[in-house]
Design a protein around this ligand. Structure first.
Ligand code: SF4
Length: 267
C-alpha cells in the first residue's frame, strides 16, 4: 500500500473509531449481483443514518465521487469530464500493486480471480509487463536458491519435462499435480482437487452422473450403505467440478473501458 493510500485508510479508520476504545462497527452488506448478504465485516465505507450504521450503496459512492470531481475541477478542469465508479478503484489498486512489483499471479489471488487472463484485463498492464514481472519474480526466487540448482538440464530431464505435459492429460481435462510428482490418489480424478475439467467434457460428466445415480439406486436397494455413502461423496465432487467448469466457460476477457465523458455545458 502506498503511503498516500495508507494515510487515507488510517483517516477513515480514525473517523470510525473516534471517541476512544471503539472498533469499526461490523455490518453485513447485501450484494445485488450475487444476491446474498456478506458476513458481518468492518466495512470502511459505512455511515450512520439516525441510530443505524449502514454500508454505503454504490449509488451513494458514485454521487460522492461526482461531487468530488466537480470540486477538483475548479483547479484541474480535466476532472469535469471524468466520472468514476467504485469498481474503478479496485482496478486502480490492482494496477498500482502490479506496477509496484507484486507478481500478477499473487494479484490474481488477492482479487479472487480464478484466471490470470481476468487479472490481465483488469489491471492496466501489457504483455511485456506481464513477462517482466514474472521474470523479475523468478529472478528473486532464484537468488534465494543454491546456484547448483541452475545447471544445464540433461537429456533425460528434458525428455521427462516434455512428457510431463502429456502425463497431465486425463479423460476429463487436466491434472495440475506438481512437476515430477506421481499421482498419489490412484487416479480417482473426479474426487481429486488437482483435476480441472475441460468444459467440452461437461456432457461426459452428465453420463458419469447418470451411471453413479443408477449404481446408487442399486446400492440403496441392496442395502449396501457403505457404497451409498461413497457414491454420494463422489456425486458431491462431481457437482463441484461441474460448477467449476461452468464458471470457467463464463469467464471472458474484461474490457478496461474508458472513463465516461460528460457532455459539454452546465450539469
Ligand atoms: S487423481 Fe488427481 S493427481 Fe491423480 S491423475 Fe487424477 S487429477 Fe491428477
Amino acid at each position: 500500500m502506498s503511503a498516500e493510500l495508507f494515510a487515507v485508510v488510517a483517516a477513515i479508520v480514525r473517523r470510525h473509531t473516534a471517541g476512544g476504545g471503539r472498533t469499526i462497527p461490523l455490518l453485513s452488506r447485501y450484494d445485488p449481483k450475487e444476491r446474498q448478504s456478506s458476513p458481518a465485516m468492518p466495512f470502511l465505507f459505512q455511515r450512520k443514518i439516525g441510530t443505524k450504521h449502514e454500508v454505503m450503496s454504490d449509488t451513494t459512492v458514485v454521487n460522492m465521487l461526482k461531487r468530488r470531481c466537480v470540486e477538483l475541477a475548479e483547479q484541474r478542469p480535466g476532472f469535469l469530464a471524468t466520472s468514476f465508479t467504485p469498481h474503478d478503484f479496485r482496478r486502480l489498486l490492482a494496477t498500482d500493486l502490479v506496477n509496484s512489483g507484486l507478481p500478477i499471479h499473487i494479484g490474481a489471488a488477492l482479487l479472487g480471480h480464478f484466471n490470470l487472463q481476468t487479472t490481465r484485463g483488469y489491471v492496466a498492464v501489457f504483455n511485456e509487463d506481464v513477462v517482466r514481472h514474472y521474470q523479475g519474480f523468478l529472478d528473486r526466487r532464484r537468488q534465494a536458491r543454491p546456484t547448483d540448482e541452475y545447471r544445464s538440464v540433461t537429456e533425460p530431464e528434458w525428455l521427462g519435462f516434455e512428457e510431463h505435459f502429456d502425463q497431465r492429460k486425463v479423460e476429463l481435462g487436466g491434472c495440475a499435480r506438481p512437476y515430477g510428482a506421481p499421482c498419489q490418489h490412484e487416479h480417482s480424478c473426479l474426487r481429486c482437487p488437482m483435476l480441472t475439467v475441460n468444459p467440452k467434457m461437461l456432457p461426459r460428466l452428465d453420463e458419469i452422473e447418470d451411471d453413479l445415480l443408477s449404481r446408487r439406486s442399486r446400492a440403496a436397494h441392496e442395502g449396501w450403505l457403505g457404497e451409498v455413502e461413497g457414491l454420494d461423496l463422489t456425486l458431491t465432487f462431481l457437482q463441484q467440478k461441474r460448477e467449476q467448469s461452468q464458471r470457467l466457460t463464463r469467464i471472458t476477457p474484461v474490457s478496461l473501458g474508458m472513463p465516461g465523458v460528460r457532455p459539454e455545458g452546465p450539469s
